[in-house]
Every structure is written in C-alpha cells, then in structure tokens.
Design a protein around this ligand. Structure first.
Ligand SMILES: Cc1cc2nc3c(=O)[nH]c(=O)nc-3n(C[C@H](O)[C@H](O)[C@H](O)COP(=O)(O)OP(=O)(O)OC[C@H]3O[C@@H](n4cnc5c(N)ncnc54)[C@H](O)[C@@H]3O)c2cc1C
Length: 504
C-alpha cells in the first residue's frame, strides 16, 4: 500500500518556527507550522534557519555597524555547547546569540498530541564521572534505556542484536549459514586484539572499511547502516579507531534518555535558568562577523533583518566549524584549512505519529539493507519498554542520514517530501499493519548537522580546528570527542567559557 495516496495522513515539513517549549519562538506546543495533503508540499521552513548563514558563505553580509553595547562575554550558538558555556558565564555580563527561533541546536524536542518526540539527538551515557557530576549539578536525570538494539536481516528482526561479546546468542539467530554467524563472532574476536590506545593515531588514519576483508560482507553491511546514523559516515568514510570503539564499547554502556530524546535535556536546562539570565539568550540572531579589535572582540549579527554589533572582552564560538570559519576573521591559515577539511553529513529525521502502539521490541532498531532510512526509535520506549497500555498513541522517530552529495536536495521542499514518502513507504512495507494507524508524518531536515567521524578527523583535524585565538575560544561538538556527542560538547564548552572568563 502506498501511504502517499492516503489523503487523511497529514504531512508536515516542520521548521524552526514550530512549537517552542522555551516560549521564545512563535507557535505553541502541539501546533505544527504547516500541513498539506501528501501531493502538495507544505510551504514551510526547513528545520533550521539557513538564509543568513548562506549569505555569509556567499559574502553578501558586509555591513559592520559600530558597537551598540559592551559586554564581558558573547557566546555564539545556543545548542548544548552554547547553553553550557553561557551558564558558566552567569556571574558575568554575558549575551548568547542563536540564529534559530529557539535554543537547543540539534538537541531539540517537539510534541504531537501530548507526546514528546525527538528531532535529532537521541541518547547519552552518564558513565564518565565528569558528566555525571554535571548532570547532578543541573538536576537532570534521564532514565535508563533497557536492552540493546535490534536488527533486521532478510525479513527477520533479531532482538538485542549487536553485542561486543562474541558469544552473545543473537548471532546464532541470523537467518544465514553457520559460517556467516561465525564471521560476526570472528570479527569481534579478531578486532578486540587491536590496541586502540597504543595505535590510536594509526587506526584513526585508516578507513574502518579496511578491517572487513576476509569476513562475510554482511558484517560490514551492518556497520554501513549503523555508522551513517551515529556519526554520518559509512565504513569507507569512517575512522577505523572510531568504528572499533563503537563495535566494542557502545553496546555494554548504560544508555539514558527521556521520551523526546536529548532535546528534553536542553529544554530542562534552559527552563531551570533564572528569568533574568534567560533574557540574555537572544534567538533569531545570526552572527555573521567576529573580529578581534584591540584587546576585545566585535561581534556582528542580523536581528529582525538588521545588522547590529556588540563588543565583548571575550567570545565563545559554540557553532560548527563549517560556519565558524566564514564568520571569524583572521583565522590562521592552517587552522582554517583544517576547519574546511571537516566533513558534515546532511540529515532527515521523520516522526511517524500513530494512534496506537505499533512497536515494542527494542529502543533503536536497525533496518539493515533499507534504502531510505537506517533505523527507528519508539519515542516512548524509555518509559514503556515493558509494554504498557498498547492502545496509547505512539511516535516512531525514523533516522535518515544522507550522503554529502545530497545536501542541496534538502533545500527543495518537493525533493524532501518525495524522499519522505519513499522512506515512510519503505518502513510501512515492512509492517503493513502500521498504515491503518498512521495519522501524521513530521519531517525535519538539517543541512550539515552531523560531523563525520572520517579518518583523521579525531587525531589530525580536531586538535588544529579548536586552537584558541584569545580572546576568541572555539567549542562545539565537532571539536570534542570521537563522535558528535551532546555531553562532550557541553563539557568542552564549559572549559572554553572558563578561558573566556579569564579576560573579564
Ligand atoms: C540526527 C542526529 C542524531 C544525534 N544523536 C545523538 C545522540 O544520540 N547522542 C548524542 O550525544 N548526540 C547526538 N547527536 C549529536 C548532538 O546533537 C550534538 O553533539 C549536539 O547537539 C552538539 O551541541 P552543540 O551545541 O555543540 O552544537 P549544535 O547542536 O550544532 O548547536 C549549534 C547551535 O549554533 C547555532 N548557530 C549556527 N550558526 C550560527 C550563527 N552564525 N549565529 C548564531 N547561531 C548559530 C545553531 O542554530 C545551533 O543552535 C545527534 C545529532 C543529530 C543531527
């Protein structure tokens, strides 16, 4: 059944101008920004505001008015990095400038009929002391996600599939000959012998794909599905160090989240800030020029269609490097080149809204071999892993990372809707019963949200891209950690903010 012909299903290209739980965007909770019949794309925004940023890239924003205000610290970008950096600066005269109509960045939650769902970042682990202490101080305690991930192989879903224990029983359930099952086990055993600490630089310089020869191709196929969703790259574009890290360390770790994913973390964090500090978070403010002058920094941004400049003693750049390199003046050549060499994957995230529970097997579910998406997550698994009332409504978040060459397609509403229909059809074809209960599809698109963990990014590029340009300091998830990670981003930003405060 082709669900695009089912006219009662509402398709929404949701955008930055949709519901804002922070109350700083237009729209109200539960109210989509636009809706249309399947064949008529809604003329609404993409998920992020990109016009000002594209004008910066194209050299169109040049007006640099004199400063209207002097501050201690300006934080550029209001994702988890920016929020954490700004909080560190609460004792100073700070300002945070965020281009979108809400803070949260790629950790952003929306709501359908009272159900919170994720539009990006899904889960984290609190197994490191530093992050545990941070979340304790913030008073944020995401519940534990039960179980591992399932995977789909030729019509068979296998519960709790990937495990770094080669003797885990899931491999015996693969619908293939024993030799294939044994290759999964052998891959785990063999690669456990590689020294990920001593040979970190060497392994980071190699492609993960180089480690799969001699095993059944389905072993690599699993990672070609898993990698794009988690770090934006298939095995050929993934650092072997990072692929191995995921293969051996992710499954055993304790994962946590809220219904609504990590957008609930930024929502709770911001909600807990004092009201007088919240007024210092300016949304709809796209920064287009940051330049050192004397001992301080001038920061120019577009707000309500007009350019404005503020001066600061120090600045924290909590935005991705693909943008920072266009915005910050006089970045040393080597650093600018490293920033330009960072790669980012475009991404579509669909939320399929059902009038009853359709899935209750595992948290993250990998559709190996699917063409239009990689995995899907029932938003409410974290609270209803044990079942619950199966007549409740349910939102399924579907992840559809794209290749870099497909980036421009995301600017075209019709292309995005066509791709969304294809993805929804592909998923529904796997579960024909779902079509009768699907009520709405909400589509989010982001042009370059996912820094790719490509060979060399971690050990060669990151250390150069994040070099201090005192009193300008760089922080963002693309300069901390092996993969783009919410808590690493926040911890890195707090350190950058501490350096900025030394100038105050
Ligand atoms: C689909 C998806 C799934 C993910 N899943 C996970 C996960 O499960 N777990 C996990 O830990 N991480 C996950 N991540 C990564 C996580 O979202 C990031 O690590 C986190 O959002 C990084 O926070 P940040 O503040 O560094 O950057 P961002 O979230 O990128 O925030 C940057 C902010 O800067 C703003 N900005 C950009 N340019 C300008 C400008 N010129 N002027 C003003 N503001 C600007 C942006 O609008 C944005 O709000 C996922 C990411 C995506 C896209």
């Amino acid at each position: 059944m082709d669900i695009s012909r089912r006219s009662f299903i509402k398709w929404v290209l949701a955008g930055a101008a949709t519901a804002s739980p922070f109350g700083c965007g237009p729209g109200s909770k539960d109210k989509p920004s636009g809706a249309s019949a399947p064949s008529v794309p809604a003329a609404t925004l993409g998920s992020e505001r990109n016009k000002d940023c594209h004008d910066v890239r194209d050299g169109l924003l040049r007006s640099l008015p004199p400063p209207s205000r002097s501050l201690d610290v300006v934080v550029v970008g209001g994702g988890p990095s920016g929020l954490a950096a700004a909080e560190r600066c609460f004792g100073s005269d700070f300002l945070l400038l965020e281009k979108d109509d809400h803070v949260g960045g790629n950790c952003w939650t929306e709501t359908w009929e009272g159900l919170d769902y994720c539009t990006g970042s899904a889960w984290l682990s609190l197994e490191n002391d530093e992050v545990r202490a941070l979340f304790k101080r913030w008073g944020i305690n995401p519940p534990i996600i039960k179980g591992n991930d399932s995977a789909h192989w030729d019509g068979k879903w296998i519960k709790d599939f990937w495990n770094s224990d080669p003797d885990f029983p899931s491999y015996a359930q693969l619908p293939y000959p024993k030799s294939v099952q044994d290759d999964f086990r052998r891959f785990i055993r063999d690669t456990a012998k590689l020294d990920r600490v001593k040979d970190a630089t060497k392994l980071d310089g190699m492609a993960f794909s180089g480690l799969f020869s001699g095993y059944d191709p389905r072993v690599q196929q699993y990672w070609d599905t898993f990698g794009p969703s988690n770090w934006g790259a298939r095995t050929a574009d993934t650092s072997a160090l990072i692929g191995l890290h995921a293969a051996h360390e992710w499954a055993p770790c304790e994962r946590r989240t809220f219904e609504g994913g990590l957008g609930m973390v930024t929502r709770q964090l911001f909600a807990g800030f004092p009201e007088d500090k919240k007024k210092r978070f300016i949304t709809g403010a796209a920064v287009f020029a940051v330049r050192r002058e004397g001992k301080g920094v001038l920061v120019s941004f577009m707000k309500d269609g007009r350019p404005e400049t503020v001066s600061a003693k120090a600045v924290v750049m909590a935005i991705p490097k693909f943008m920072a390199r266009h915005v910050v003046a006089d970045i040393p050549e080597e650093q600018k080149k490293a920033m330009a060499a960072m790669r980012y994957a475009p991404y579509l995230v669909y939320n399929l809204c059902f009038d009853k529970v359709v899935w209750n097997l595992n948290y993250d579910n990998w559709a190996v071999g699917a063409r239009h998406f990689t995995d899907f997550i029932p938003a409410d698994w974290v609270t209803h892993a044990d079942g619950g009332d199966l007549n409740r409504k349910q939102v399924i978040t579907v992840y559809a990372p794209k290749i870099e060459a497909a980036r421009a397609d995301l600017l075209d509403d019709e292309e995005v809707l066509a791709e969304s229909h294809a993805a929804a059809n592909e998923l529904i074809a796997m579960f024909p019963g779902w079509a009768d209960h699907l009520r709405e599809v909400r589509v989010y698109r982001r042009g370059h949200p996912m820094p790719m963990s490509a060979p060399g990014s971690f050990t060669r590029l990151q250390p150069v891209t994040q070099r201090d340009m005192a009193p300008i300091y760089f922080s963002h998830s693309d300069n901390s950690g092996t993969v783009s990670d919410m808590y690493e981003a926040a911890l890195g930003a707090i350190k950058a903010a501490a350096k900025a405060l030394q100038h105050v």
